[in-house]
Design a protein around this ligand. Structure first.
Ligand code: CUK
Ligand code: CUA
Length: 659
């Protein structure tokens, strides 16, 4: 590997680049090209053109993009883009500002959160559990769990109207527990979570772009026995994967399609006619060797109109309450086509001109380019599957994901080479047609092993070609040593000029897979909760209060019904309207807190000492929590959000009388 070679020469890539940056004149010097050539030696084996070694190397300017855009966002200034960053195995989604890369907010989704009470409050538990399968509910009960405590969130993507973001929702998958979530961008909170039955390892996720979202497409990554299709637990030859379309408005499952191979990443077209999923493991292997044996796997193309007609005509099986169509290759299905693609392809990315779908080769150094306009003929049987391919440039080792600048260029992450390759799409098409032309424009080193990349507005028709972010899986020496577990390294690259310029390293916690970069004007969250618009959030508490004759906004009441106690209070700085309440040991207690502040940023909280309870109560929000008073004694509750000069005094006591 390149870094080892550098280290053998007593140079780390970091110190080498630091030297290069210090000698401002020597950047393009012969010495550097020599080393760059060395660092590219392996990738060149995979590239027909050998352009890697001749491509300009990265300028290691850590603070600003010389002659380019400034990344500096000064005190009091605002970023130009929202970034919706996946939190990977942390289970959360994160809101990042660009170009500063500052973390603005964490949105709890598939995790449990100490600050906000997500996974503990009644409101969050309803959202977390309302669309569980019966099997999951039985499992939770048997395990003594109130919700699944973890998730693996890979792919956040925003809702579309007419091929661009409409600011309504963000969606994301949970690979760990087969779920899909929706975040309401009006409050930046998760408002729906649906478990996907029949499928395993919900991975790739993309919303429909046109006419609007519409469907949210989700890939089941793992082949499993599927009810109704002869699946046997002890025979992998009978296992399949399942592709799911969710209704983005209701978050109900619209339909599923049974397919062959492990589905990986997906995308939708810009026309509203087709969707796509890359697929590895055409071999049906259960080991690494077996699963990567074939030189080619495929992309599955789904014909949405045909699928909708199939549903209408009853050409499906009802499997655990979901309409499932047969889209297997062997079924010669009218709903799907299988296009061979080398080799265990991973990322799947539609170009913003709406013309092409890029399939990133992973184990092949190529990206395969499909021409969307040829798909009608493919489904009509007029052409062969590979006739849809119009380019297959060799870019380097380990292509995983591709992003776009809206000027006809594509940017592909090379995982093994630790590089970003910029290439021109039309040039790649000409080269595939036989013209002597090198589509690769530039390669730069990234640090290290990039997975996803993303450009500003790059998955919409409004791709603006300003910034590119490389989400790198390893950070090694890029940051102060944080111990054996290192942060990942998200790198910001200025792509506004002719050349990519690396301008910033940003450490992130486990583990970003995807990043949706959205012009700030597209997203307009409210400044406080809206008691009318967001009444659905505390609907159960409101119903309960109505029965108890309590008005939430003026509440100061304790209601007892047998061994059930309901405590209603307001929070206004610096006091709760109920400063003390008494219960008996073993009572089931529900505390309902309404924050009646109308002022922006005046969040209160309710933390109950010794009971593992804390919840956020935002301005104009109602939050509630139910627990059993197992511990006798005096238990203070306090506001954990610093809200007032007398914030420390914003407290009270729950007295639990022993049995
Ligand atoms: S996957 Cu992570 S690097 Cu889950 Cu989108 Cu490609
Ligand atoms: Cu209310 Cu601190």
């Amino acid at each position: 590997m390149s870094d080892e070679k550098l280290e053998q020469n007593g140079l780390s890539r970091r110190s080498f680049l630091g030297t290069a940056a210090a000698s401002s004149a020597g950047i393009a010097g012969a010495g550097l090209l020599g080393l760059a050539g060395c660092s590219n030696a392996e990738s060149d084996k995979g590239t027909a053109s050998g352009a890697g070694s001749a491509a300009p190397a990265a300028k290691a300017d850590a603070h600003s993009s010389e002659g380019g855009q400034s990344i500096h966002v000064g005190p009091g200034e605002l970023d130009q883009y929202y970034g919706f960053l996946s939190g990977g195995q942390s289970g959360e989604m994160r809101l990042i500002g660009l170009p500063s890369m500052r973390e603005l907010m964490r949105i709890p989704v598939f995790n449990m959160d100490s600050a906000t009470g997500w996974g503990r409050t009644n409101e969050s538990l309803r959202i977390l559990n309302e669309k569980n399968t019966p099997e999951t509910n039985a499992f939770l009960k048997a395990s003594g769990l109130r919700c699944l405590p973890n998730g693996d969130l890979h792919h956040p993507h925003l809702s579309f109207t007419d091929q661009t973001y409409d600011g309504r929702y963000a969606y994301a998958n949970d690979k760990a527990n087969n779920r899909v979530c929706r975040v309401d961008l009006g409050i930046m909170k998760t408002d729906k979570i649906v478990e996907i039955p029949n499928a395993s390892g919900i991975h790739g996720l993309r919303p429909q772009r046109y006419p609007k979202t519409g469907y949210v497409f989700a890939n089941g990554e793992h082949i499993v026995p599927v009810d109704g299709f002869g699946g046997k637990v002890d025979d992998p030859k009978t296992w399949y994967s399942v592709y799911t379309a969710i209704d983005g408005e209701t978050m109900d499952i619209a339909w599923q399609v049974l397919v062959d191979g492990n589905l990986d990443n997906g995308d939708a077209d810009y026309q509203g006619k087709y969707s796509f999923s890359t697929c590895y493991n055409s071999e049906r292997g259960l080991t690494v060797q077996a699963a990567s044996a074939n030189e080619q796997d495929w992309v599955v193309v789904f014909d949405l109109a045909a699928i909708e007609a199939g549903i209408k005509n009853g050409d499906f099986k009802e499997v655990n309450g979901v309409k499932m169509l047969d889209g297997r290759a062997e079924a010669n299905s009218k709903y799907t086509r299988y296009i061979p693609v080398p080799n265990s392809p991973h990322g799947c990315n539609a170009s913003p001109d709406g013309k092409y779908i890029m399939l990133n080769g992973k184990l092949s150094p190529t990206v395969t380019v499909l021409d969307v306009s040829k798909l009608d003929d493919l489904f009509a049987g007029k052409i062969q599957p590979r006739d849809v391919v119009v380019a297959e440039p060799q870019l380097g080792l380990g292509p995983l994901h591709t992003a776009f600048d809206g000027r006809g260029n594509a940017y592909t992450t090379l995982f093994i080479d630790s590089q970003m390759a910029k290439w021109n799409i039309e040039d790649a098409i000409k080269a595939y047609a036989g013209e002597k032309i090198d589509p690769i424009k530039q390669k730069i080193d990234v640090h290290y092993q990039p997975g996803h990349n993303h450009t500003t507005m790059g998955e919409t028709k409004e791709a603006d070609g300003k910034w590119l972010v490389s989400l790198n899986k390893f950070s090694k020496d890029r940051f102060l040593n944080a111990g054996p577990l290192k942060p990942e390294c998200d790198q910001l690259i200025d792509i506004s000029g002719d050349e990519m310029k690396l301008v910033h390293d940003n450490p992130t916690f486990a583990e970003p897979h995807d990043f949706c970069l959205v012009a700030a004007s597209k997203v307009n969250p409210g400044k406080t909760w809206d008691r009318t618009k967001h009444a659905w959030w505390w609907k159960d508490a409101a119903d309960m209060a109505a029965k108890d004759g309590v008005e939430l906004e003026k509440a100061a009441k304790v209601v007892r019904e047998g061994n059930k106690v309901r405590v209603y209070m307001t929070a206004v700085a610096p006091a709760f309207s109920v400063p003390q309440f008494e219960v008996n040991q073993g009572d089931e207690v529900t505390v309902v807190v309404t924050n009646v502040e109308t002022i922006e940023d005046l969040t209160h909280g309710f933390t109950l000492e010794g009971y593992g309870i804390a919840m956020e109560v935002g301005p104009q929000q109602t939050s509630s929590i139910t627990f059993t008073a197992h511990r006798p004694g005096v238990h203070w509750y306090y506001c954990q959000w610093f809200c007032h000069a007398l914030h420390m005094e914003m407290s009270g006591q729950m007295i639990v009388k022993p049995k």
